[in-house]
Structure formats: C-alpha cells, structure tokens
Design a protein around this ligand. Sequence first.
Ligand SMILES: Nc1nc2c(ncn2[C@@H]2O[C@H](COP(=O)(O)OP(=O)(O)OP(=O)(O)O)[C@@H](O)[C@H]2O)c(=O)[nH]1
Ligand SMILES: [Mg+2]
Length: 409
Amino acid sequence: MSELPVETRSILEAWFSQKPVFALMGEYSAGKSTLLNLLLGNDFLPTQVTATNMPVVWLTYGETRTGQALTRDGQLTEFDIDKFREAGEKNVLLLRISLPAEILKTTDIVDTPGISDPRLAAGALSFLSRYLDFAIWCSAANQAWRQSEKAMWTAMPAQLQANSLMALTRSDLLKSSDGLRKVLKRCRSEAGEFFRDVVPIATVSALAARSADGKTFDLDRWVASHADLFLAELNASISTAITACDIRELREVPKPTIVTPAKTETKTAPKSANPAAEKAPEKTTRKKPGGRSTTRATAKPKRAKTKSTVAKSETSVSTRVSSMIASLRELRTDEGQKSSNEHLNDTLNHLFTTFFSDLEVSEDHRAVFARSMLLGRPGDAPVNAVIVQLERELEDFTESAWFALDQNH
Ligand SMILES: Nc1nc2c(ncn2[C@@H]2O[C@H](COP(=O)(O)OP(=O)(O)OP(=O)(O)O)[C@@H](O)[C@H]2O)c(=O)[nH]1
Ligand SMILES: [Mg+2]
C-alpha cells in the first residue's frame, strides 16, 4: 500500500501526540471487540461498529459521542455514529469516535478489523503501527498463535512488539485450567520474544461477572476470568507508554490505577470497572503535532531490579512468597524515601508477572496473590506505606489455613 499523503499523516501524528495509544489486533473473530466492550465498561458503540468489514476505529475521550471519518487523502468529515455503516464507505481510512468512557481519559484505543490473510493485513494495518505505543494481539486460546497470526504479528515493528501483550481470549473454552496452562506455556515459549507478556482473558465471563451498570462484581467469577491479571498487565503497558515519553514533565498524566474488588467481600462495587480510569486528566498536552519523542517506547520495558528475585519451579510457593516479602523489605529500606513510586511500580509488576509465569503455582494461589498485589499497587500513597501494606497482605496470605492445607497436598 502506498505511503499516505502528508496531510493524512499529520492528522494521525496530531492525534498520536495527545495520549498513549494502543490497538486491539488479531485475526477474524478473535474477540477484539468483545474485549473493547470490557475495557470501555459500557456498550458505547452501536453494534457491529467494529465488525470485520469496517475500517479501523480510533476511540478517544469526549463528553459526547461524536464521529469523524478520515479519508486516505486527509479529508475529515463529521458523521453520525449511529449511521456508521455509511461512514465506513468511500475511501475511508479510519473512523475516529469520541466517547465518554473513563479509560479513554488516559489512553486512546484503536480497534482493528480482523483479517485472516497476512498480505491483506499488512496492507490494511501497516500505516497504523507508527501511531501506536503498543498493541494487544488477541488470539483465541482454543487455537492460539497460528502460523497466519505469527506471519502478521512478526511483520510489525520490533518497538511496537516490545511493550505489547498477547491476550489469550476465549480461555473459558478450554476444558480445564491445566489445558490453559499448557496453551500459556506453549505461547510463551513460541511467541514470548514478540510480546512483553502473554495473558489469558475469558472476556465473556468477565463481562458476565460485572453488573450491567458496571458497579457490582461477582468476585469469584471476575478472578476466574483472569480479568484482574489482564487489567494489571494492560496497566503496566500503559504505564510504560507514559513513562517512555521523554516530554512527560510537560503534562500531568497520572499512572493508571488498578481498581479491583475489595478483598474481604464476595461481591462489591469497585470505583470503576476500567483500568487506567482514576484521576485521569480531562485534557492532555503532550506535544505539538510533529514533535514526537524519538526515544519513546523503543526499548523493551525494563524489568524491576529487585535484589532478590523470585526463585522458580524447584522452590515451594511459600518460599517464593517469603522471597517476595524480602524483596519488598529491601525496597522499603532503599527506595522508601524517594518521592517517586516508579521503581516500586516496576518491582510490583515484576513480582506479579514472575509469580504468574510460574506454572507450578495453583489457580487458587494466583487468585489470592493477584488480589494482594493489586491492592498493594501504589496510588498517591507514600511508598513505604504501600510496601508495608503489601508485606502484610503477603504474610496474611501465607498464614491462612487454606494455604497451609494446600501446601500439604
Ligand atoms: N466463549 C467466549 N466467546 C467469546 C469470547 N470473546 C469473544 N467471544 C465471542 O466470539 C465472537 C467474536 O467476537 P468479536 O469480539 O466480535 O471478535 P472480533 O475479533 O472483534 O471479530 P472481527 O472484528 O469480526 O474480526 C463473538 O460471538 C463473541 O461473543 C470469550 O472470551 N469467550
Ligand atoms: Mg471486531
């Protein structure tokens, strides 16, 4: 596909310069739009607006629902998003839609049409990759990481891959948690080098775990869908996208806050169903169009430099958790006085993903640990207070009766 005209590129550049942007990508019917609904927290879009025969849809924050169609030659035309089918015709490159969804205050999201022919996908989506911080590559867990997917994704630029996630969608269709573990292991081994991480998500179950108004949750179902792990990983990618921007001082973009159900209740009402939804700015001023940082998101996101890393496989879960507590104590001593909690956030991400990559860890442990880690995530709290809280969570976790029982199995 030929290079876009300069007018079109400068419009895309202007949009890209405002906020982090990530795309949902994957083959036909991989579950991209369903995942988008989960992230938006509401069915804001008319049905099928993101169906396969639609152009790329770029979602951004707006108090009211509005739509603009961008043609390849850089013409922008308003359209009624309830009549999106008409807008998708005629040389339209992408549709830009503003919606009042919390997550869009922090990041723009691009939904792409699923195309199973790698040659077509390369043409249809190649223009987009330079305007993305990362992508979530959706791959159906029951037939994950097919050759055609590999061909499409590995053609993407390495810097886009570095902070991207593979979402194993439809993970509920696998008959057992053992089945999921095997698929996860295979995908991490075969595709791990092309992604920051591979995470499962049973999107339909996660949607069902949340009430229609998005305010109450069936906690057990929510955790079983892996939604909390998935959202934590997504927030880590968004944080990296924000952090990697070297003009960060010019704007106050808060770290996304993970919102999870409260620990002690079985059903509760989190403040928001969305990641990255809290304390987001009403408007952002990253940089003028064309002034994008060149250092942004070019390197693989750093893993935290903890002094004691968590041992794998051969040690017991309790030893691993103790090691994590020790890591946190060291961090408390070394980092606690710093005003920035960036390093702590990195460390938590590291501990979190280390624990979850450990295939020896049982589902129950994962669920409890996920909650502990998420509750310990720093917001504006002083770093030391957050660490102390997290230490307590981990200690409670290892001292609980069921944990001891499980250890004796
Ligand atoms: N069981 C199950 N079904 C799912 C899940 N996620 C999506 N689906 C179903 O898969 C079908 C396709 O989902 P979509 O979200 O439209 O997929 P898509 O990738 O956007 O599809 P295209 O845009 O057409 O490429 C729908 O019937 C969804 O309900 C999941 O986690 N579990
Ligand atoms: Mg779709």
